[in-house]
Ligand binder design. Structure first.
Ligand code: SF4
Length: 407
């Protein structure tokens, strides 16, 4: 112990520690951090406590990798509107990547008072509109005075985003079809890439692959892999007129704004990715027959029963559930034992723990076999014959159930 006390590094560190005793960040210092953020190029910034109720669904994730977090410093950086509105989406994507979108968590920004969520599920800043990208810095100190949410929603409820979305992901009543957006707009992110590799593996020849994937699609995927994943649409952002800096052209002449901003995106001939039998596939055929519908597999693959139950709502297709009024009791056996009730009624989905109410169909399944059935690695008939999956009730209820979750 004596020798380590005499080590030059230890002596220097201990001497420095005497001079620089730990400083606790005051709220004034945290406020200065906010200003520093603006000095560093952010266009707006706000502080929010980790305890705020708006962060309830994210706190566990944040604390799992940064358990010392007490305060979040959220900031926005403006994007240039013109490239975002260009029908050449490669230009829009350059702007997305240039501005550096690394955080996409609505509640965190709303909580920091930087904006409110629009009908299109993006944050709209009161001044800059939705032409912003957001970032967050986690801070291990509390702040006495945090930013408050703005007291109005900048969304104008004009529904241009509804009209622009090629896959109908945004409903006029404010509902959002997550899988429709994820399947098309995020085609060149992880899920779509895995699907492409599976198509390559399943193709017997070059010609067979080319019949499924055009050269331009391969080129686009290569571009995504080389320069950062491309968003295929993001048209909801392109057309949104909300925000003090953005609204003038729309206020002056709405018809002209629509002709110049919305129409080119609607008229654009392009490939639209959608899962066969989904609401998105129907929407493309009905609203945009001049666009090419490319049927693809859903890319929300679940690996656990917990994820199956948790993410069911993201794959649910309200349009396909029309007229269905049914209760399903699931009992999963094996390593992930679980009981759940799934109710589909009035085009809405409800998932509850345990068995509630009277079931139209009761399904008891070995969890691993059920997951393999979902990923098409296991055949339902084989699973039924081997009693790995058992059903009580008419199998037609399962057919109706499957229609609500096309994959
Ligand atoms: S386009 Fe209109 S309805 Fe959609 S988010 Fe923007 S302001 Fe709201």
């Amino acid at each position: 112990m004596g020798r380590i006390d005499e080590h030059p590094t230890v002596i220097k560190v201990r001497a420095a520690a005497k001079v620089c005793s730990p400083v606790s960040l005051t709220s004034e210092a945290l406020r200065k951090l906010c200003l520093d953020c603006l000095d560093c190029g952010a266009d707006d910034a706000g502080l929010v406590s980790i305890d705020r109720p708006e962060l309830d669904d994210q706190r566990a994730d944040i604390m799992s990798f940064a358990p010392w977090t007490k305060t979040l410093l959220a900031f926005v950086c403006r994007m240039n509107r013109e490239p975002i509105r260009s029908p050449a989406r490669s230009v829009a994507n350059l702007e997305f990547h240039y501005t550096g979108d690394h955080v996409n968590d609505v509640a965190r920004r709303v909580a920091a008072g930087l904006g409110q969520m629009g009908i299109h599920r993006n944050v709209i800043h009161p001044k800059f509109g939705n032409f912003i990208l957001l970032g967050t810095i986690l801070i291990g100190e509390t702040v006495a005075e945090e930013s408050q949410p703005i007291d109005y929603n900048p969304c104008l409820e004009c529904r241009l985003c509804v009209a622009a979305c090629p896959v109908g992901a945004i409903s006029t009543n404010g509902d959002f079809n997550f899988s429709a957006c994820y399947t098309h707009n995020y085609r060149e992110f992880m899920g779509g890439f895995v699907d492409l590799t599976e198509q390559i593996a399943a193709s017997g020849s070059r010609n067979e692959l080319r019949a499924k994937v055009s050269d331009s699609e391969s080129a686009s995927m290569w571009q995504s892999l080389s320069f950062g994943a491309n968003y295929k649409a993001a048209y909801c952002l392109a057309v949104c007129p909300a925000g003090e800096d953005v609204i003038a052209p729309w206020l002056e002449n709405r018809k002209q704004f629509t002709e110049e901003t919305l129409r080119p995106l609607q008229d654009k001939a392009e490939i639209i990715y959608a899962v066969p039998g989904s609401d998105a596939a129907e929407h493309v055929q009905r609203r945009f027959p001049h666009k090419t519908l490319r049927p693809v597999r859903g890319n929300l693959n679940v690996q656990t029963i917990d994820s199956f139950l948790k993410y069911m709502s993201l794959q649910f297709q309200p349009g396909q559930s029309k007229g269905l009024d049914a209760v399903y009791h699931f009992t999963f056996t094996g390593s992930e034992k679980r009981m759940a009730t799934v109710t589909i009624r009035d085009q809405k989905l409800q998932v509850e723990e345990g068995h509630c109410g009277k079931a139209n169909l009761r399904i008891t399944a070995d969890g691993k076999t059920w997951l393999k059935f979902l990923s098409r690695e296991a055949n339902l008939a084989w699973a039924l014959v081997t009693l790995r999956i058992r059903m009580l009730g008419s199998p037609l209820w399962l057919v109706r159930f499957g229609k609500c979750f096309p994959s």
